[in-house]
Design a protein around this ligand. Structure first.
Ligand code: SAM
Length: 221
């Protein structure tokens, strides 16, 4: 199957570019041992997020969808000592495991997790008098993508970045035969982006150990 090829391909590239990391291995083991689903970013994608944050000189990172905290940890590592990760999660078990993982990574002081539906948590976040976010990463229930994107635009600084994961979905999003809440949530976001004068955006398709997918990369004007 294609996944065998692309899993091998990721492993090959990672063997040159992503050194073994006992902390991240412990984090992933803890998540697996506690039954957290294996739907985090791939190693290569998480490092890419880390590199984008460094490119931006980011201090503040907002995340919708924590899971076991894998992407939040890669993000926190890109931020300066006084940087801040704010990550939102609805599932109490995922949140509990993520908090353990932040301690395992020694990053519990840099990462704040808000437990609850992200729509409610986002509505409570005010950027004034605080600084806006440099990057928002949207990776939760896809049906709410447009709502999360709209909130991210409010919270990210001009020139900042909004990334939305899993927008290609094995090609299903572009398949007229296909319809479910996930796919419709992604289509709704795409329709809104076509008219949106506040961002510039593109979709980048990806093939890797997580299969065929892609992400939207948007810049807040
Ligand atoms: N960003 C994580 C990573 O790469 O390590 C993976 C996130 S996982 C794909 C999606 C997460 O979003 C799950 O933990 C799920 O419980 C959470 N989620 C789903 N609906 C949510 C909602 N309405 N509010 C907040 N989190 C939600």
């Amino acid at each position: 199957t294609p996944n065998v090829i692309w899993t091998r391909s990721d492993a090959y590239h990672n063997s040159f570019l992503i050194p073994h990391d006992p902390v991240l291995e412990a984090v992933l083991k803890n998540s697996k041992d506690q039954g957290v689903p294996d739907i985090a970013l791939s190693h290569a994608q998480a490092k890419f997020l880390n590199l984008i944050l460094k490119t931006l000189g980011a201090k503040k990172y907002l995340e919708v969808g924590t899971l076991g905290g894998y992407s939040a940890i890669w993000a926190a590592r890109a931020l300066p000592q006084d940087g801040q990760v704010l990550t939102l999660e609805i599932d109490p078990h995922h949140a509990k495991v993520a908090q353990e993982n932040f301690k395992l990574a020694g990053l519990e002081n840099k990462i704040q997790l808000i437990l609850g539906p992200a729509a409610e948590s986002l509505a409570k976040i005010q950027i004034q008098p605080e600084e806006p976010f440099d990057l928002a990463f949207i990776d939760a229930d896809k049906a709410n993508n447009l709502l999360y994107f709209t909130e991210a635009k409010r919270l990210v600084r001009p020139g900042g970045v909004i990334i939305v994961d899993n927008v290609v979905w094995n090609g299903n999003v572009a398949d007229p035969e296909f319809s479910d809440a996930t796919v419709e949530g992604i289509r709704q976001l795409l329709h809104a982006l076509k008219e949106d004068k506040e961002v510039e955006a593109t979709t980048v398709g990806t093939a890797g150990e997580k299969g065929y997918d892609g992400f939207i990369y948007a810049i807040r004007k």
